[in-house]
Design a protein around this ligand. Structure first.
Ligand code: SAM
Length: 366
């Protein structure tokens, strides 16, 4: 019979195999901190909804120690049987490992995590930094309560809107977010010491997202790069906001395009294109883009061997923006996300830049 320890060792091996080179301290943390106490229940997407899976047993343990994201809360409703929108989850361990590796936590570092969720990442952080050094915040009261019980007194679990960092303000040597932001909130920079590290997923319009790894600079700004691995985290939500459900129009004007919907699944391209789409645009399902601010919608159907069909509604053709982005992306040698830098000026813009080989700098505000 497989024990949770066998399963943990297998997971640590899977994480090492799937990643570039990881620090042995990070792998050792995954060997020593069990995941199963943090995910007593989870949901799977089946027949158009998230459905609760029965806890306990070999199959459950197998899923808990697979390198997969586990949805742990739906529709903000603790213990719901069925739901439509994931509101909390335990991140895929391989991605957690790469983020922890980039965060480079040393014993004694003071660490802030935004997005407690199950508490598993906070437990790993505590293993790396030591008891009493980790503070984690989440906006949802019942998640905070459950995580407090699981983590005990070693970690400070605080209910707060993480956009403001930690109430009371740090300072922290390391700041990590496990929900995505469009831009790095000012408070995270202010609460991080000079030379400290900030690791945070930047969500973009196309849902792909990229993890920014930044160093806080003496002038109050920050600079750094992105991880190669794509990261689609749930967004940091404004307090009181329900999780977004989009009412997307069907029907509209039709045309064809040589750029098919599958282009959005290329993580290199979706990062580039996401920087060029209006900030409110969201990808709703496979080939649909929607801007809730003016109702513009583009739905793309691919047909093998023929041009794709584009159906647009609202004032703007959003697919035209994707087509234009694809032309510039190809012209710039299809850059990968880890070739970009992110620079945050103190009190100023947050700029993503890429220097193409042979000259030519591309710069986009986040
Ligand atoms: C992917 S889950 C976090 C996973 C977690 N680190 C773990 O190990 O289980 C994202 C979390 O971000 C939280 N969140 C979303 N918006 C937030 C906000 N404004 N402030 C704090 N937490 C927020 C959600 O409640 C959710 O629990």
């Amino acid at each position: 019979m497989t024990t949770d320890i066998d399963a943990r060792v297998r997971l640590a091996r899977d994480i090492e195999r799937g990643a570039s080179v990881l620090s042995s301290r990070v792998v050792e943390a995954f060997l020593n901190v069990p995941r199963h106490p943090f995910v007593p229940a989870f949901y799977r997407w089946e027949d158009g909804a998230y459905r609760a899976q029965s806890a306990g047993g070999g199959a459950w343990l197998g899923s808990v120690y697979a390198d997969e994201v586990l949805v742990t809360e739906v529709d903000d409703a603790p213990g719901a049987e069925v739901g439509g929108v994931a509101t909390s989850s335990s991140t895929a361990p391989g991605l957690m490992a790469e983020m922890l590796d980039a965060l480079d936590v040393r014993p004694g570092d003071r660490v802030l995590e935004v997005g407690t969720g199950t508490g598993y990442n906070a437990a790993l952080l505590c293993h790396l930094a030591g008891a009493g050094n980790v503070t984690t915040v989440d906006r949802t009261a019942h998640l905070v309560e459950a995580a407090r019980e699981r983590l005990g007194a070693d970690v400070a679990v605080v209910r707060a809107d993480g956009v403001h960092g930690c109430p009371g303000g740090g300072p922290f040597d390391r700041v990590i977010a496990t929900c995505s932001v469009r831009r790095i909130p000012r408070a995270w920079l202010d609460q991080c010491v000079t030379g400290g590290l900030i690791v945070a997923p930047i969500g973009n319009a196309l849902g792909g997202g990229a993890v920014a790894c930044l160093t806080k600079l003496p002038d109050g700004g920050a600079a750094g790069r992105f991880l190669h691995r794509p990261a689609a985290f749930m967004p940091l939500r404004a307090d009181g906001n329900a999780a977004a459900v989009h009412d997307v129009p069907t029907g509209g004007r039709r045309r064809t395009s040589v750029v098919g919907a599958r282009v959005l699944d290329d993580h290199g391209f979706s990062f580039w294109a996401g920087l060029r789409l209006p900030p409110a645009v969201v990808r709703v399902g496979g080939g649909t883009l929607h801007d809730p601010t003016d109702g513009s919608t583009a739905h793309v159907d691919d047909h093998p061997g023929r041009p794709s069909t584009v159906t647009t509604a609202g004032p703007r053709d959003l697919w035209q923006l994707v087509e234009a982005a694809r032309t510039t992306w190809r012209r710039h040698h299809r850059p990968r996300r880890e070739w970009f830098t992110l620079t945050i000026a103190p009190g100023g813009p947050q700029l993503v830049s890429y220097g193409a080989p042979g000259g030519g700098m591309t710069c986009c505000p986040l």
